[in-house]
Design a binder for this molecule. Sequence first.
Ligand SMILES: [Zn+2]
Length: 170
Amino acid sequence: MVKSKQKREHVAWRDEIQAKFNPTGTAEIRRKPVTIIEEKYKTDDKFACPFCLSQHKFHEYLISTKKGIHQGLAECPECKNKCRFTTLTKPFTPEEYADHLYGQVRTGIWQKIPFDKWKRRLYNIGWASRFWTRYKELKAQEIDETPIDKEQEKQIEMDWDAYEQSHGGK
Ligand SMILES: [Zn+2]
């Protein structure tokens, strides 16, 4: 009896520790997804979409399925792109965000982001300069010859340059 009580307490203690130190780890999400998520991220906490940068309350990202809330993925209510909860809640630097987006260019990420709104947001949060520096570095390092939508990439860069110039080169 004593032993099993101790064991229960230990498990509870261990879970509490894990919840403290690893609130968004995939193991946590697999174990008790919605409970952990909802405990940790009160519904008023806002998160920026890791694609289009629009901000929404956490619960707005939850996906309802026939079996309840989707346990692994969040969906942006604006651009409808999906990502893991770990990605949604990760505090990105502008460079990490550039890496994240660049990694998805071949899946057509630019077609799935409302570009004008997005670039205003990027600028407003002060990330534009660092983001583009990193993005252009990644492009310059490109060695993979997988076909890519060059036309669209070019359009994006031209749009960006025009925007940059109209905002004093920042
Ligand atoms: Zn979005």
